[in-house]
Write a protein that binds this ligand. Structure first.
Ligand SMILES: [Fe+2]
Length: 154
């Protein structure tokens, strides 16, 4: 699956609400929808200017929704799915956020990945209000627009 529009991605993110049964969720106390919102909000607080890192935080676990019957690692699936829409850096950050996968080759991204991991670990607070998914639509559209402009250059 490749995401072709922000609307498709928004639909997927909305579908995370109440998706308690996805393998790989790891028994988190909040559902994937709230986890996405909390993780993105934490990244926004520490990196307010880095929209791509915020967006990576928002989508980092959507692989769980894409192939829920497959217990394998969903990280690569999520990364490949968002690449056409959100670009190479977001794809890279999503791919690297899973534990133990940053090495010397990935050094330019190491600090960003660490921030994403910290937010992922912390973004599991029951009852914490981290806003609503629609708040992220314009940010997603911004990142998608930047990516398609880059992609359009010959
Ligand atoms: Fe996570």
């Amino acid at each position: 699956m490749e995401l072709r529009s922000v609307q498709e991605l928004m639909d997927l993110l909305h579908a995370c609400r109440g998706a308690w049964d996805t393998p790989g969720r790891g028994g988190d106390p909040v559902d994937p929808h709230d986890h996405a919102l909390q993780t993105a909000a934490l990244v926004r607080r520490s990196r307010p200017a880095d929209k791509e890192l915020q967006v990576a935080a928002l989508v980092h676990d959507i692989g769980q929704l894409l192939r829920p019957a497959d217990p394998a690692d969903h990280t690569d699936l999520a990364a490949d799915t968002v690449r056409p829409l959100l670009g190479e850096r977001v794809c890279h950050l999503v791919r690297l956020h899973a534990g133990g996968r940053v090495n010397a080759v990935d050094a330019p991204h190491a600090d960003d990945v660490l921030r994403l991991r910290q937010a992922c670990d912390a973004g599991k607070v029951v009852g914490l209000d981290a806003g609503v998914m629609e708040d992220w639509r314009t940010v997603l559209e911004l990142v998608a627009a930047q990516h398609s402009r880059l992609g359009a250059v010959d």
